[in-house]
Write a protein that binds this ligand. Structure first.
Ligand code: FES
Ligand code: FE2
Length: 434
């Protein structure tokens, strides 16, 4: 549990808050590139860390990310016209470029020169992995752009989507480093029937065997190891043949999780970006080092990760007001959650904790080891930044491009810490780098 003060400290991310200042030192995935498909296309609204913003792609293809409120008298630049290298406010015609400079003021007296004095807040962006990333911190502290494995793959090897989640970022993110819920929330009753036991030997298990193992052994021994980028966690389950079924996740500060996946196939990260204190967005990035995705895989990944309401496309179809369309018959007969697809199972439970979950009331156990470590790190960052100490994980020498998760079966005497150590992690059990 946390005290109310500590809970507030790590959940609040608006301008001027300690965690807000911490968050502003990192690049954030904000929009999917397809949302600004071509030069001079319509601008889109974006909100990040409690600030209302407008994104646009100018005539030269450059991305602008500026405050929504026009600095003249506050009209929304969402209604602005994006053309000829800038966005023009349709109230009095003030026009701003991607740097936030006012480049035209047709309603001012000719020759006044007032436009030279006017700027709108503008934030730097980069585009990679099909995502538009934004940086909102001090210019002199700006880190190099994101350099994960998926930032370095051809576009057809990467699928990105984003979906709104109606609660604070932290409880969303905690679900992504919580291995013990896999044996309950995400289980089909049919998974409990043993199948493919021939893959119960050191090496990669079949997907069905992995599901069976999680459904049968609903507990996991969770162990955490600090790294320069955050931490690596191992969830270890027994198998029927006496082996160990291992899942490793990598948690990258401040809110990214590389979800356990076999290195011979596709993998994914879940990034829980704080929109404001009460909303976050999941940016899911699925990637495959070995092969491009098919069009069908692309469509299915996006539709499953972001199941939107056809009548209100900015809202999720399944949400609190319709109880996530829970199916009580399915709960007892097919899928334990009674909610489908899988991401909606997570969204339903993390949203119904409340907009900001009250962590003074919880009871943590051993399976929550990664969640406890994550909060300790975030709390330290929020306290340290008030003392002028920069957040960790931003050193350009950290080999973030080598971070990968793993899912594998190892022998009874094998050491799980030898699995999947690439990005400067130690391979010794329990050893801490910091
Ligand atoms: S409010 Fe935007 S130009 Fe006047
Ligand atoms: Fe989950």
């Amino acid at each position: 549990m946390l005290t109310q003060e500590d809970n507030e400290l790590i959940c609040r991310v608006g301008p001027g808050t300690p965690m807000g200042e911490v968050m502003r030192r990192y690049w954030h995935p904000l929009l999917i590139s397809d949302e600004l498909p071509e030069p001079d296309c319509p601008p889109v609204r974006a909100r990040l860390l409690g600030e209302d913003l407008i994104a646009f792609r100018d005539t030269n293809g450059k991305i602008g990310l500026i405050a929504e409120s026009c600095p003249h008298r506050g009209a929304s630049l969402f209604f602005g016209i994006n053309q000829e290298c800038g966005i023009m406010c349709i109230y009095h015609g003030w026009k701003f470029d991607v740097n936030g400079d006012c480049i035209d003021m047709p309603s001012d007296m000719p020759g006044s020169g007032f436009k030279e004095k006017v700027h709108v807040a503008a934030y730097p962006t980069v585009e990679s992995a099909g995502v538009i990333w934004a940086y909102m911190g001090p210019k002199e502290k700006q880190p190099p752009p994101p350099n994960y494995i998926f930032n370095n793959l051809p576009p057809d090897h990467v699928i990105a989507y984003r979906v709104p989640i109606y609660c604070n970022y932290l409880q969303s993110m905690e679900g992504n480093i919580d291995s013990t819920h896999l044996g309950t929330l995400h289980v089909y009753h049919q998974d409990k029937v043993p199948v493919d036991l021939d893959t119960d030997r050191p090496g990669y298990p079949s997907p069905k065997f992995a599901l069976y193992s999680r459904a049968k052994y609903r507990y996991a021994r969770v162990d955490v190891q600090d790294t320069d980028y955050g931490f690596r966690l191992i969830a270890e389950r027994p198998t029927d043949a006496g082996n160990k079924y291992i899942r490793t996740n990598c948690f990258v500060l401040p809110y990214t999780a590389f979800i356990a996946a076999q290195r011979r196939g596709p993998a994914g990260v879940l990034i829980q970006v704080p929109i404001d204190d009460y909303t976050n967005q999941r940016v899911g990035i699925r990637y495959n080092v070995h092969a491009p995705f098919t069009a069908a895989e692309r469509r299915q990944t996006i539709e499953t990760g972001a199941l939107m309401d056809p009548n209100e496309p900015k809202k999720r179809l399944k949400r609190a007001e319709n109880d996530y369309m829970v199916d009580r018959w399915a709960q007892k007969n097919t899928i334990l959650a009674g909610i489908w697809p899988i991401p909606e199972q997570d969204y339903a439970l993390i949203e119904t904790m409340g907009a900001i979950y009250d962590r003074t009331k919880e009871h943590l156990y051993g399976g929550d080891a990664a969640i406890i470590r994550c909060r300790q790190m975030l709390l330290a960052m929020a306290r340290n930044i008030q003392e002028g100490i920069d957040p960790p994980g931003l050193d350009p020498d950290i080999p973030t491009h080598m971070i990968q998760s793993e899912e594998i079966v190892i022998g009874p005497d094998d050491d799980p810490w030898l699995v999947a150590a690439d990005a400067g992690e130690t391979t010794k059990r329990g050893e801490r780098l910091r």
